[in-house]
Design a protein around this ligand. Structure first.
Ligand code: PMP
Length: 428
Protein backbone atom coordinates (compact mmCIF):
# COMPACT_ATOMS: atom_id res chain seq x y z
CA UNK A 1 0.00 0.00 0.00
CA UNK A 2 1.41 3.40 -0.96
CA UNK A 3 2.02 5.93 1.78
CA UNK A 4 -0.60 8.26 0.27
CA UNK A 5 -3.21 5.48 0.19
CA UNK A 6 -2.51 4.67 3.86
CA UNK A 7 -2.95 8.35 4.76
CA UNK A 8 -6.13 8.52 2.65
CA UNK A 9 -7.61 5.56 4.53
CA UNK A 10 -6.64 6.99 7.89
CA UNK A 11 -8.29 10.37 7.44
CA UNK A 12 -11.08 10.10 4.82
CA UNK A 13 -14.42 8.25 5.08
CA UNK A 14 -14.42 4.50 4.40
CA UNK A 15 -17.17 5.02 1.83
CA UNK A 16 -15.00 7.33 -0.29
CA UNK A 17 -14.34 4.34 -2.52
CA UNK A 18 -11.37 4.30 -4.88
CA UNK A 19 -10.92 2.46 -8.15
CA UNK A 20 -8.21 -0.25 -8.42
CA UNK A 21 -6.54 -2.53 -5.87
CA UNK A 22 -3.60 -0.12 -5.87
CA UNK A 23 -5.40 3.22 -6.26
CA UNK A 24 -4.15 5.65 -8.86
CA UNK A 25 -2.75 9.13 -8.27
CA UNK A 26 -3.10 11.24 -11.40
CA UNK A 27 -0.84 14.25 -11.47
CA UNK A 28 -0.74 15.48 -15.06
CA UNK A 29 -2.96 15.59 -18.14
CA UNK A 30 -2.75 16.66 -21.76
CA UNK A 31 -5.37 16.16 -24.45
CA UNK A 32 -6.87 12.70 -23.97
CA UNK A 33 -3.98 11.45 -21.83
CA UNK A 34 -3.10 11.53 -18.15
CA UNK A 35 0.05 10.54 -16.24
CA UNK A 36 0.28 8.97 -12.78
CA UNK A 37 2.73 9.80 -10.01
CA UNK A 38 5.16 7.15 -11.33
CA UNK A 39 5.18 8.71 -14.79
CA UNK A 40 3.00 6.03 -16.43
CA UNK A 41 0.86 7.36 -19.27
CA UNK A 42 -2.81 6.42 -19.79
CA UNK A 43 -5.36 7.03 -22.50
CA UNK A 44 -8.28 8.51 -20.59
CA UNK A 45 -11.63 6.99 -21.54
CA UNK A 46 -13.39 8.23 -18.40
CA UNK A 47 -12.29 11.87 -18.18
CA UNK A 48 -12.71 12.28 -14.43
CA UNK A 49 -16.29 10.88 -14.53
CA UNK A 50 -17.07 12.99 -17.62
CA UNK A 51 -15.74 16.22 -16.14
CA UNK A 52 -12.98 16.64 -18.72
CA UNK A 53 -15.35 17.56 -21.50
CA UNK A 54 -13.01 18.87 -24.19
CA UNK A 55 -9.43 17.90 -23.31
CA UNK A 56 -6.99 17.82 -20.42
CA UNK A 57 -5.08 21.10 -20.08
CA UNK A 58 -6.96 22.68 -22.97
CA UNK A 59 -4.83 25.81 -23.59
CA UNK A 60 -7.90 28.05 -24.02
CA UNK A 61 -9.27 27.02 -20.60
CA UNK A 62 -5.87 27.25 -18.90
CA UNK A 63 -5.40 30.78 -20.29
CA UNK A 64 -8.86 31.91 -19.17
CA UNK A 65 -8.32 30.48 -15.67
CA UNK A 66 -4.82 31.91 -15.18
CA UNK A 67 -5.82 35.32 -16.52
CA UNK A 68 -8.81 35.44 -14.16
CA UNK A 69 -6.68 34.24 -11.22
CA UNK A 70 -4.19 36.99 -12.00
CA UNK A 71 -6.94 39.64 -12.00
CA UNK A 72 -9.00 38.66 -8.98
CA UNK A 73 -10.23 35.58 -7.14
CA UNK A 74 -13.49 36.79 -5.78
CA UNK A 75 -16.80 35.24 -5.14
CA UNK A 76 -20.08 36.78 -4.30
CA UNK A 77 -23.43 36.71 -5.94
CA UNK A 78 -24.04 40.15 -4.41
CA UNK A 79 -22.11 42.00 -7.10
CA UNK A 80 -22.37 42.07 -10.85
CA UNK A 81 -20.32 39.29 -12.42
CA UNK A 82 -19.56 39.66 -16.14
CA UNK A 83 -18.40 36.09 -16.89
CA UNK A 84 -21.48 34.75 -15.08
CA UNK A 85 -23.82 36.85 -17.21
CA UNK A 86 -21.90 35.91 -20.39
CA UNK A 87 -22.11 32.18 -19.65
CA UNK A 88 -25.74 32.37 -18.49
CA UNK A 89 -26.72 34.04 -21.79
CA UNK A 90 -25.09 31.25 -23.78
CA UNK A 91 -26.63 28.45 -21.70
CA UNK A 92 -30.07 30.09 -21.74
CA UNK A 93 -29.89 30.27 -25.55
CA UNK A 94 -28.66 26.69 -25.92
CA UNK A 95 -31.17 25.24 -23.43
CA UNK A 96 -34.15 25.59 -25.76
CA UNK A 97 -36.23 26.69 -22.74
CA UNK A 98 -38.30 29.80 -23.49
CA UNK A 99 -37.73 32.85 -21.28
CA UNK A 100 -34.95 30.90 -19.57
CA UNK A 101 -33.22 31.92 -16.35
CA UNK A 102 -29.97 30.28 -15.24
CA UNK A 103 -28.76 29.75 -11.68
CA UNK A 104 -25.22 28.49 -11.10
CA UNK A 105 -24.17 26.06 -8.38
CA UNK A 106 -20.92 24.23 -7.68
CA UNK A 107 -22.02 20.66 -8.37
CA UNK A 108 -24.63 18.48 -9.99
CA UNK A 109 -26.05 17.51 -6.62
CA UNK A 110 -26.62 21.12 -5.71
CA UNK A 111 -28.15 21.76 -9.13
CA UNK A 112 -30.67 18.97 -8.55
CA UNK A 113 -31.30 20.22 -5.01
CA UNK A 114 -32.16 23.61 -6.45
CA UNK A 115 -34.38 22.03 -9.10
CA UNK A 116 -36.25 20.17 -6.34
CA UNK A 117 -36.56 23.35 -4.31
CA UNK A 118 -38.04 25.11 -7.34
CA UNK A 119 -40.41 22.31 -8.31
CA UNK A 120 -41.70 21.63 -4.79
CA UNK A 121 -42.19 25.34 -4.11
CA UNK A 122 -43.85 26.02 -7.46
CA UNK A 123 -46.21 23.08 -7.13
CA UNK A 124 -46.66 23.14 -3.33
CA UNK A 125 -45.99 19.39 -3.20
CA UNK A 126 -43.05 17.37 -1.92
CA UNK A 127 -43.95 14.26 -3.94
CA UNK A 128 -41.41 13.48 -6.64
CA UNK A 129 -41.50 10.95 -9.44
CA UNK A 130 -38.08 9.49 -10.19
CA UNK A 131 -36.85 6.64 -12.38
CA UNK A 132 -35.75 3.26 -11.08
CA UNK A 133 -31.97 2.83 -11.22
CA UNK A 134 -31.45 6.61 -11.32
CA UNK A 135 -28.64 8.69 -9.80
CA UNK A 136 -29.07 12.36 -8.93
CA UNK A 137 -26.44 13.15 -6.29
CA UNK A 138 -25.55 12.83 -2.66
CA UNK A 139 -27.32 15.55 -0.67
CA UNK A 140 -30.18 14.63 1.65
CA UNK A 141 -32.78 15.44 -0.99
CA UNK A 142 -30.82 14.01 -3.94
CA UNK A 143 -30.25 10.60 -2.33
CA UNK A 144 -33.98 10.50 -1.67
CA UNK A 145 -34.70 10.49 -5.40
CA UNK A 146 -31.82 8.21 -6.36
CA UNK A 147 -33.22 4.84 -7.33
CA UNK A 148 -29.85 3.13 -7.58
CA UNK A 149 -29.56 1.53 -4.15
CA UNK A 150 -25.79 1.19 -4.22
CA UNK A 151 -25.52 4.98 -4.43
CA UNK A 152 -28.29 5.91 -2.06
CA UNK A 153 -27.04 5.49 1.49
CA UNK A 154 -30.30 6.31 3.28
CA UNK A 155 -33.99 5.84 2.70
CA UNK A 156 -34.79 8.86 4.89
CA UNK A 157 -35.84 11.83 2.81
CA UNK A 158 -37.62 15.20 3.01
CA UNK A 159 -39.43 14.10 -0.18
CA UNK A 160 -41.98 11.44 -0.94
CA UNK A 161 -40.54 9.57 -3.89
CA UNK A 162 -42.32 7.27 -6.32
CA UNK A 163 -40.27 5.28 -8.77
CA UNK A 164 -41.36 4.94 -12.36
CA UNK A 165 -40.46 2.25 -14.89
CA UNK A 166 -38.62 3.14 -18.07
CA UNK A 167 -35.02 4.26 -17.49
CA UNK A 168 -33.64 0.81 -18.24
CA UNK A 169 -34.75 -0.68 -21.53
CA UNK A 170 -32.93 -3.99 -21.44
CA UNK A 171 -33.83 -5.40 -18.04
CA UNK A 172 -36.96 -5.46 -15.90
CA UNK A 173 -40.52 -6.62 -16.41
CA UNK A 174 -40.99 -4.85 -19.76
CA UNK A 175 -37.65 -5.83 -21.32
CA UNK A 176 -39.16 -8.38 -23.67
CA UNK A 177 -41.44 -5.79 -25.32
CA UNK A 178 -40.84 -3.91 -28.57
CA UNK A 179 -39.89 -0.24 -28.23
CA UNK A 180 -43.45 0.95 -28.89
CA UNK A 181 -44.96 -1.57 -26.47
CA UNK A 182 -42.29 -0.77 -23.88
CA UNK A 183 -43.27 2.91 -24.03
CA UNK A 184 -46.97 2.05 -23.85
CA UNK A 185 -46.38 -0.19 -20.80
CA UNK A 186 -44.36 2.49 -19.00
CA UNK A 187 -47.01 5.11 -19.72
CA UNK A 188 -49.73 2.81 -18.36
CA UNK A 189 -47.60 2.24 -15.26
CA UNK A 190 -47.20 6.01 -14.80
CA UNK A 191 -50.93 6.65 -15.23
CA UNK A 192 -51.72 3.90 -12.74
CA UNK A 193 -49.29 5.39 -10.22
CA UNK A 194 -50.80 8.85 -10.60
CA UNK A 195 -54.22 7.39 -9.87
CA UNK A 196 -53.04 6.35 -6.40
CA UNK A 197 -50.95 9.28 -5.23
CA UNK A 198 -51.16 12.87 -4.10
CA UNK A 199 -50.23 15.23 -6.96
CA UNK A 200 -46.46 15.08 -7.51
CA UNK A 201 -44.41 18.21 -8.09
CA UNK A 202 -42.19 16.82 -10.83
CA UNK A 203 -40.69 13.89 -12.64
CA UNK A 204 -36.88 13.94 -12.60
CA UNK A 205 -35.00 11.75 -15.07
CA UNK A 206 -31.62 11.34 -16.74
CA UNK A 207 -32.20 11.04 -20.50
CA UNK A 208 -29.45 8.39 -20.51
CA UNK A 209 -28.80 6.91 -17.07
CA UNK A 210 -25.17 7.56 -16.24
CA UNK A 211 -24.15 5.86 -12.99
CA UNK A 212 -26.90 3.33 -13.78
CA UNK A 213 -24.83 1.96 -16.66
CA UNK A 214 -25.39 4.18 -19.71
CA UNK A 215 -28.85 2.82 -20.40
CA UNK A 216 -31.39 4.77 -22.40
CA UNK A 217 -35.08 4.23 -22.91
CA UNK A 218 -36.40 4.12 -26.46
CA UNK A 219 -36.60 7.56 -28.08
CA UNK A 220 -40.00 9.04 -27.43
CA UNK A 221 -40.54 7.70 -23.90
CA UNK A 222 -40.25 11.12 -22.30
CA UNK A 223 -42.48 12.70 -24.93
CA UNK A 224 -45.15 10.14 -24.06
CA UNK A 225 -44.61 10.73 -20.32
CA UNK A 226 -44.76 14.46 -20.87
CA UNK A 227 -48.28 14.32 -22.28
CA UNK A 228 -49.48 12.56 -19.15
CA UNK A 229 -47.53 14.86 -16.85
CA UNK A 230 -48.88 17.99 -18.51
CA UNK A 231 -52.46 16.83 -18.00
CA UNK A 232 -51.70 16.92 -14.27
CA UNK A 233 -49.52 20.08 -14.29
CA UNK A 234 -46.51 18.00 -13.18
CA UNK A 235 -43.11 19.48 -14.11
CA UNK A 236 -40.40 17.55 -15.98
CA UNK A 237 -36.85 17.97 -14.75
CA UNK A 238 -34.18 16.70 -17.13
CA UNK A 239 -30.95 15.86 -15.30
CA UNK A 240 -28.40 16.54 -18.05
CA UNK A 241 -25.39 16.31 -15.73
CA UNK A 242 -23.88 13.48 -17.83
CA UNK A 243 -25.77 13.85 -21.11
CA UNK A 244 -25.40 17.56 -21.83
CA UNK A 245 -23.10 19.51 -24.15
CA UNK A 246 -23.26 17.18 -27.16
CA UNK A 247 -21.79 14.10 -25.53
CA UNK A 248 -24.59 11.93 -26.90
CA UNK A 249 -23.60 12.89 -30.44
CA UNK A 250 -26.93 13.19 -32.22
CA UNK A 251 -28.14 15.84 -29.80
CA UNK A 252 -26.79 18.70 -27.74
CA UNK A 253 -29.03 17.69 -24.80
CA UNK A 254 -30.17 14.19 -24.00
CA UNK A 255 -33.85 15.24 -23.84
CA UNK A 256 -33.73 16.08 -27.56
CA UNK A 257 -33.75 12.36 -28.38
CA UNK A 258 -37.37 12.53 -27.26
CA UNK A 259 -38.01 15.43 -29.64
CA UNK A 260 -41.74 15.85 -29.44
CA UNK A 261 -41.69 16.46 -25.69
CA UNK A 262 -40.09 19.87 -26.20
CA UNK A 263 -37.65 21.33 -23.69
CA UNK A 264 -38.02 20.32 -20.05
CA UNK A 265 -39.50 22.72 -17.51
CA UNK A 266 -36.25 22.53 -15.57
CA UNK A 267 -32.86 21.37 -16.82
CA UNK A 268 -29.87 20.67 -14.58
CA UNK A 269 -26.24 20.52 -15.69
CA UNK A 270 -22.74 20.13 -14.18
CA UNK A 271 -19.63 18.00 -14.81
CA UNK A 272 -18.21 18.77 -18.27
CA UNK A 273 -19.04 22.44 -18.64
CA UNK A 274 -16.15 23.48 -16.36
CA UNK A 275 -13.65 21.00 -17.87
CA UNK A 276 -12.71 20.05 -14.31
CA UNK A 277 -13.65 23.30 -12.54
CA UNK A 278 -16.73 22.90 -10.34
CA UNK A 279 -19.74 24.32 -12.12
CA UNK A 280 -23.30 23.11 -11.85
CA UNK A 281 -26.53 24.88 -12.61
CA UNK A 282 -30.23 24.97 -13.24
CA UNK A 283 -32.16 26.42 -16.17
CA UNK A 284 -35.88 27.06 -15.90
CA UNK A 285 -38.57 29.28 -17.33
CA UNK A 286 -38.65 32.63 -15.49
CA UNK A 287 -42.05 31.82 -14.02
CA UNK A 288 -40.63 28.75 -12.28
CA UNK A 289 -37.19 30.14 -11.41
CA UNK A 290 -38.70 33.24 -9.87
CA UNK A 291 -41.21 31.40 -7.68
CA UNK A 292 -38.75 31.41 -4.76
CA UNK A 293 -39.11 34.07 -2.14
CA UNK A 294 -35.40 34.36 -1.34
CA UNK A 295 -32.36 36.56 -1.35
CA UNK A 296 -29.31 35.28 -3.16
CA UNK A 297 -28.90 31.63 -2.19
CA UNK A 298 -25.26 31.00 -3.02
CA UNK A 299 -21.75 32.25 -2.27
CA UNK A 300 -19.63 30.17 -4.62
CA UNK A 301 -22.14 29.41 -7.38
CA UNK A 302 -20.90 31.18 -10.50
CA UNK A 303 -17.60 32.32 -9.06
CA UNK A 304 -15.62 34.29 -11.65
CA UNK A 305 -12.82 31.79 -12.17
CA UNK A 306 -15.18 28.88 -12.83
CA UNK A 307 -17.31 31.00 -15.17
CA UNK A 308 -14.20 32.04 -17.11
CA UNK A 309 -13.29 28.37 -17.49
CA UNK A 310 -16.83 27.44 -18.54
CA UNK A 311 -17.00 30.18 -21.15
CA UNK A 312 -13.67 29.24 -22.73
CA UNK A 313 -14.60 25.57 -22.66
CA UNK A 314 -18.05 26.06 -24.18
CA UNK A 315 -16.70 28.37 -26.87
CA UNK A 316 -14.12 25.74 -27.86
CA UNK A 317 -16.77 23.00 -27.89
CA UNK A 318 -19.07 24.97 -30.17
CA UNK A 319 -16.37 26.30 -32.50
CA UNK A 320 -14.88 22.83 -33.02
CA UNK A 321 -18.22 21.02 -33.34
CA UNK A 322 -17.34 18.50 -30.65
CA UNK A 323 -20.91 17.21 -30.74
CA UNK A 324 -20.22 16.17 -34.34
CA UNK A 325 -16.96 14.58 -33.22
CA UNK A 326 -18.78 12.67 -30.46
CA UNK A 327 -21.24 11.36 -33.05
CA UNK A 328 -18.56 10.38 -35.56
CA UNK A 329 -15.83 8.94 -33.30
CA UNK A 330 -18.33 7.53 -30.79
CA UNK A 331 -20.20 5.80 -33.62
CA UNK A 332 -17.01 4.17 -34.93
CA UNK A 333 -15.92 3.13 -31.45
CA UNK A 334 -19.28 1.57 -30.54
CA UNK A 335 -19.40 -0.25 -33.87
CA UNK A 336 -15.92 -1.68 -33.42
CA UNK A 337 -16.70 -2.78 -29.85
CA UNK A 338 -19.97 -4.36 -30.99
CA UNK A 339 -18.16 -6.38 -33.64
CA UNK A 340 -15.50 -7.47 -31.15
CA UNK A 341 -18.09 -8.29 -28.49
CA UNK A 342 -19.81 -10.76 -30.79
CA UNK A 343 -16.64 -12.88 -30.58
CA UNK A 344 -15.97 -12.36 -26.86
CA UNK A 345 -17.54 -14.36 -24.02
CA UNK A 346 -19.41 -12.52 -21.29
CA UNK A 347 -20.45 -9.35 -23.13
CA UNK A 348 -24.20 -8.97 -22.91
CA UNK A 349 -24.51 -5.69 -24.76
CA UNK A 350 -22.58 -2.72 -26.15
CA UNK A 351 -24.83 0.33 -26.02
CA UNK A 352 -24.81 4.06 -25.85
CA UNK A 353 -24.95 7.28 -27.73
CA UNK A 354 -22.04 9.33 -29.04
CA UNK A 355 -19.14 9.22 -26.62
CA UNK A 356 -21.17 7.66 -23.83
CA UNK A 357 -20.74 3.93 -24.40
CA UNK A 358 -21.58 1.12 -21.99
CA UNK A 359 -20.39 -2.49 -22.18
CA UNK A 360 -22.50 -4.75 -19.96
CA UNK A 361 -20.80 -7.90 -18.69
CA UNK A 362 -22.44 -11.16 -17.62
CA UNK A 363 -21.09 -14.54 -16.56
CA UNK A 364 -20.43 -16.34 -19.85
CA UNK A 365 -23.40 -18.35 -21.02
CA UNK A 366 -25.76 -16.73 -18.49
CA UNK A 367 -27.67 -13.48 -18.05
CA UNK A 368 -26.19 -12.91 -14.59
CA UNK A 369 -24.34 -9.65 -13.92
CA UNK A 370 -20.60 -10.12 -13.56
CA UNK A 371 -19.16 -7.39 -11.33
CA UNK A 372 -15.96 -9.39 -10.74
CA UNK A 373 -15.26 -9.43 -14.47
CA UNK A 374 -15.92 -5.69 -14.67
CA UNK A 375 -13.43 -5.04 -11.86
CA UNK A 376 -10.90 -7.36 -13.51
CA UNK A 377 -11.29 -5.63 -16.89
CA UNK A 378 -10.69 -2.27 -15.23
CA UNK A 379 -7.44 -3.61 -13.68
CA UNK A 380 -6.26 -5.20 -16.93
CA UNK A 381 -7.01 -2.08 -18.96
CA UNK A 382 -5.20 0.08 -16.44
CA UNK A 383 -2.13 -2.16 -16.59
CA UNK A 384 -2.21 -1.75 -20.37
CA UNK A 385 -2.54 2.06 -20.21
CA UNK A 386 -6.30 2.69 -20.50
CA UNK A 387 -8.64 4.23 -17.92
CA UNK A 388 -12.34 3.40 -18.08
CA UNK A 389 -15.21 3.60 -15.59
CA UNK A 390 -17.79 1.16 -14.32
CA UNK A 391 -21.38 1.42 -13.14
CA UNK A 392 -24.78 -0.12 -13.58
CA UNK A 393 -27.63 -1.00 -11.30
CA UNK A 394 -26.77 -4.64 -11.59
CA UNK A 395 -23.79 -4.75 -9.26
CA UNK A 396 -21.60 -2.42 -11.29
CA UNK A 397 -21.15 -4.84 -14.14
CA UNK A 398 -21.17 -2.21 -16.89
CA UNK A 399 -17.95 -0.74 -18.26
CA UNK A 400 -18.41 2.97 -18.88
CA UNK A 401 -16.59 4.75 -21.68
CA UNK A 402 -16.83 8.55 -21.77
CA UNK A 403 -13.62 10.13 -23.08
CA UNK A 404 -13.01 13.84 -23.63
CA UNK A 405 -15.02 14.91 -26.70
CA UNK A 406 -11.89 15.75 -28.74
CA UNK A 407 -11.06 12.01 -28.96
CA UNK A 408 -9.48 11.18 -32.33
CA UNK A 409 -10.14 8.10 -34.47
CA UNK A 410 -6.62 6.64 -33.87
CA UNK A 411 -7.08 7.13 -30.11
CA UNK A 412 -10.48 5.44 -30.26
CA UNK A 413 -8.90 2.49 -32.11
CA UNK A 414 -6.04 2.30 -29.63
CA UNK A 415 -8.43 2.31 -26.65
CA UNK A 416 -10.71 -0.27 -28.26
CA UNK A 417 -7.73 -2.59 -28.88
CA UNK A 418 -6.68 -2.35 -25.21
CA UNK A 419 -10.23 -2.95 -24.03
CA UNK A 420 -10.67 -5.97 -26.29
CA UNK A 421 -7.39 -7.43 -24.96
CA UNK A 422 -8.55 -6.83 -21.39
CA UNK A 423 -11.93 -8.50 -22.04
CA UNK A 424 -10.17 -11.49 -23.60
CA UNK A 425 -7.61 -11.79 -20.74
CA UNK A 426 -10.27 -11.84 -18.06
CA UNK A 427 -11.92 -14.96 -19.44
CA UNK A 428 -8.72 -16.82 -20.26
N1 PMP B 1 -26.80 13.77 -11.70
C1 PMP B 1 -26.18 12.85 -12.44
C2 PMP B 1 -26.90 12.27 -13.62
C3 PMP B 1 -24.87 12.44 -12.14
O1 PMP B 1 -24.27 11.52 -12.88
C4 PMP B 1 -24.21 13.04 -11.04
C5 PMP B 1 -22.78 12.66 -10.67
N2 PMP B 1 -22.34 11.42 -11.03
C6 PMP B 1 -24.90 13.98 -10.28
C7 PMP B 1 -26.18 14.34 -10.65
C8 PMP B 1 -24.25 14.63 -9.10
O2 PMP B 1 -23.26 15.50 -9.52
P1 PMP B 1 -22.08 15.91 -8.53
O3 PMP B 1 -21.26 14.69 -8.28
O4 PMP B 1 -21.37 17.01 -9.26
O5 PMP B 1 -22.71 16.43 -7.30
Amino acid sequence: MSDLYARHKAVLPDWLALYYEEPLEIIHGEGRHVWDADGKKYLDFFGGILTTMTAHALPEVTKAVTEQAGRILHSSTLYLNRPMVDLAEQIARLSGIPDARVFFTTSGTEANDTALLLATTYRRSNQILAMRNSYHGRSFSAVGITGNRGWSPTSLSPLGTLYVHGGVRTRGPFAHLSDADFIAACVEDLKDLLGHTRPPAALIAEPVQGVGGFTSPPDGLYAAFREVLQEHGILWIADEVQTGWGRTGDHFWGWQAHGACGPPDILTFAKGIGNGMSIGGVVARAEIMNCLDANSISTFGGTQITMAAGLANLTYLLEHDLQGNARHVGGLLAERLRTAAARLPGVREVRGRGLMIGVELVRPGTDEADPQAAAAVLEAARADGLLIGKGGGHNTSVLRIAPPLTLTVPEAQEGAAILERALRTVHE
